[in-house]
Unconditional design. Sequence first.
Length: 162
Amino acid sequence: MNGVPGPERDLVGYGATPPTGRWPGGATVALSLVLNVEEGSERSWAAGDGVNEGLGEVPRAIDPAYRDLGTESVYEYGSRAGVYRVLRLFDRLGLPMTAFAAARALELNPEAAEWLVRSGHEICSHGYRWAEQWTLSREEEAAQIALAVETFERVTGTRPAG
């Protein structure tokens, strides 16, 4: 498109004639329940990134030489309390779900990893850490994928589903 690399955009799709699909048992709705488990994989000065995560509740500029304790505490809530509240709910209701997990997050919170495995929830790789893949070379991205797979295997005993 105008000399810019990448695939052509498809602005039409199926148009007026979408494909006809059939769900098992004649179901008319499919529901995919997903929990993101990423806490500890975000960028932070404390993790040696030289920058703090910019995605937080309150946009503000903090000198990158200092930890952003406000943003860190938002992410820590998920690993300290939120993940367990959601896992208790899913287990109580007998609902299977997929955890979009960063390998580093499960590495830092093995109790949550163990719970996911014990409850039979699917673990889908969300990479090793948060990264801006578009800034990585193919070799760097392949190394990150390999690190994520190795970490999931070590922490959960199995390869991620996707």
